[in-house]
Design a protein around this ligand. Structure first.
Ligand code: HEC
Length: 125
């Protein structure tokens, strides 16, 4: 089930990147969730780092690659690339996925909300 969800999210985000069609993940709902849960720490404009790094263009970029942002050693060594699937796993449980991360956030337990947030992240240039 978890694997199916991840495959589903990956497919939804791939569609989001490819064009207007977007399976059934809801980027508008994701944007609302993002504003409620992530925007205190994350800007979506390029080059604006807050407590966390800018998430502009985050989908498909390597972890810990925003210039000028001071990442934890754990994130720098994670070797992750933020595909939709990795984002889904990370956002479900940040501290389990990257032990030692300085993102002090418990995670998004709801799979639908997570896929909506990832769909929104995929719209960020
Ligand atoms: C309390 C502040 C805080 C909140 C809330 C928060 N984050 Fe973070 N986030 C951080 C910090 C700090 C880092 C850097 C982690 C590190 O270096 O270990 C980070 C890192 C990340 C990264 C990796 C970025 C990169 O460049 O490698 C992603 C993706 C991310 N956060 C997404 C989210 C999303 C989506 C939400 C909301 C669901 C969220 N974060 C909520 C503080 C936060």
């Amino acid at each position: 089930m978890a694997r199916l969800m991840i495959a589903h999210v990956a497919a939804a985000a791939a569609l989001a990147l490819a064009g207007p069609a977007l399976a059934d993940a809801d980027a508008a709902a994701g944007q609302k969730a993002f504003q409620g849960q992530c925007s205190t720490c994350h800007a979506v404009t390029p080059g604006t780092n807050k407590i966390g790094p800018s998430l502009s263009g985050v989908v498909a970029r390597p972890a810990a690659s925003v210039p000028g942002y001071k990442y934890s050693a754990a994130m720098m060594k994670s070797g992750l690339t933020w595909t939709a699937g990795e984002l889904d796993i990370y956002l479900a449980a940040p501290k389990e996925t990257v032990p030692g991360t300085k993102m002090t956030y418990a995670g998004v337990k709801d799979a639908t909300k997570r896929s909506d947030i990832v769909a929104y992240l995929a719209t960020l240039k």
